[in-house]
Design a binder for this molecule. Sequence first.
Ligand SMILES: [Zn+2]
Ligand SMILES: [Zn+2]
Ligand SMILES: [Zn+2]
Ligand SMILES: [Zn+2]
Length: 113
Amino acid sequence: MDKTQWKEEYDARSVLDCPCCGCDYPEHRCSNCYSDMSKETCWKNDGYCSEKCFKYIYEELPRVRKEKEEAGFKCLCDEPMCGKCLGVGCTEAGCPTHSDIQKKLWKEQNSKR
Ligand SMILES: [Zn+2]
Ligand SMILES: [Zn+2]
Ligand SMILES: [Zn+2]
Ligand SMILES: [Zn+2]
């Protein structure tokens, strides 16, 4: 199903997940920063709350990944909030995507539950 058709079906409520951000109706959450947004914003930025987030994913991240490769980092995951990497996966000290502070915060948050 292409996106245009998907959008029509979404508006007709025959599908419940948003073609852009993937959230269930009626929610829309930015695929980068997880903030809530309207459908209009979501569809305008293809699943992102702002042009900044969209650009971050499509311009910033590929650049960061390339820099990481060139610097010899083994962790090539480019998702800053990736639970797998923040929890156990990323053991690289000074990893540009998963900073030590983020790892610490993630562990604190997840040990509470
Ligand atoms: Zn959406
Ligand atoms: Zn965002
Ligand atoms: Zn990851
Ligand atoms: Zn990492």
